[in-house]
Design a protein around this ligand. Structure first.
Ligand SMILES: Nc1ncnc2c1ncn2[C@@H]1O[C@H](COP(=O)(O)OP(=O)(O)OP(=O)(O)O)[C@@H](O)[C@H]1O
Length: 256
């Protein structure tokens, strides 16, 4: 049974469909990259999976349950895109990461030792144990991004959904975070990762799903960086940018 099964999903903003009839299944322990040009609908699709935007059509099942009836959100960790962890309300890194434990706690009950341990462990995993009691608005953008990753890890999810989690994070830290996620994959956690770059987690990906204009145009082997795409300094051309070639096109996918 897939941990995630998206069938014919359509999402519209103001009557404009930006995700159009997407099918996407993720098996237990599978690591899937969701790729495609800017504006192709990647973030919108995973927000729909996380229950943050409604479907205009199709269905989403989580762990075999229709999303509408799904209540076991502690099995799902979500790292949003580059919003920053600072909310305007002063919160420490540990407080933000504690949000990842809310679904584990009984209503109105204080954090138990298991909750506190999970928060401390997750902060350590992203290398921020020394910053636990710092207000997140005093942290750098990359550190704030790591706080959001720690929050999702603290959930101890069986499905980890991440929207470009390492944007603004330096290469060394990206490699460390990839190792943390790889450990979770080894422990049986499924991963759905929105990414533009073939980063240090590439070797651990089982599949890549590519969207173009809200539709799936590839579902299969992850791309292998070849030629100029292998160069980290290469600027990927996006179809939206110049009307030709780019990620999510036949050009990028070797003329399939
Ligand atoms: N809240 C919103 N209201 C209206 N339109 C939106 C909203 N969010 C996204 N869109 C539009 O929906 C389309 C898909 O956006 P989405 O953010 O899902 O793309 P993406 O593939 O994640 O892009 P990127 O790689 O730039 O993050 C875009 O045209 C975007 O402008």
């Amino acid at each position: 049974m897939p941990v995630l099964n998206v069938l014919g999903a359509t999402v519209s903003y103001g009557g404009r469909a930006v995700v159009r009839g997407v099918d996407l299944a993720v098996a237990p322990g599978e690591a899937v990259a969701l790729m495609g040009a800017n504006g192709s609908g990647k973030s919108t699709l995973i927000k729909a999976v996380a229950g943050l935007v409604p479907l205009a059509g199709g269905t989403i099942e989580l762990f075999g349950a229709p999303q509408k009836r799904f209540r076991d959100w502690k099995r799902v960790g979500y790292v949003p895109q580059r919003t920053g962890a600072a909310s305007g309300v002063p919160s420490t890194a540990a407080e933000v990461v504690s949000q990842g434990r809310l679904a584990h706690r009984l209503l109105g009950m204080p954090a138990r030792r298991a909750d506190r341990d999970a928060v401390a462990r997750s902060l350590a995993e992203v290398g921020l144990e020394a910053h636990a009691h710092c207000s997140v608005d005093t942290l750098s953008g990359g550190q704030q991004q790591r706080v959001l990753i720690a929050r999702a890890l603290a959930t101890e999810p069986d499905l980890l959904i991440m929207d470009e989690p390492t944007v603004g994070v330096d290469a060394e830290t990206q490699a460390a975070l990839a190792a943390v996620v790889a450990d979770r994959i080894d422990a049986g956690c499924a991963v759905l990762l929105v990414t533009h770059e073939l980063g240090p987690l590439t070797d651990r990906l089982d599949r890549a799903v590519v969207l173009a204009d809200g539709r799936v145009v590839h579902d299969g082997a992850p791309p292998r960086p070849v030629g100029e795409h292998a160069d980290p300094a290469h600027q990927h051309a996006h179809p939206h940018a110049n009307g030709t070639g780019g990620e999510g096109t036949d050009d990028y996918w070797g003329g399939r």
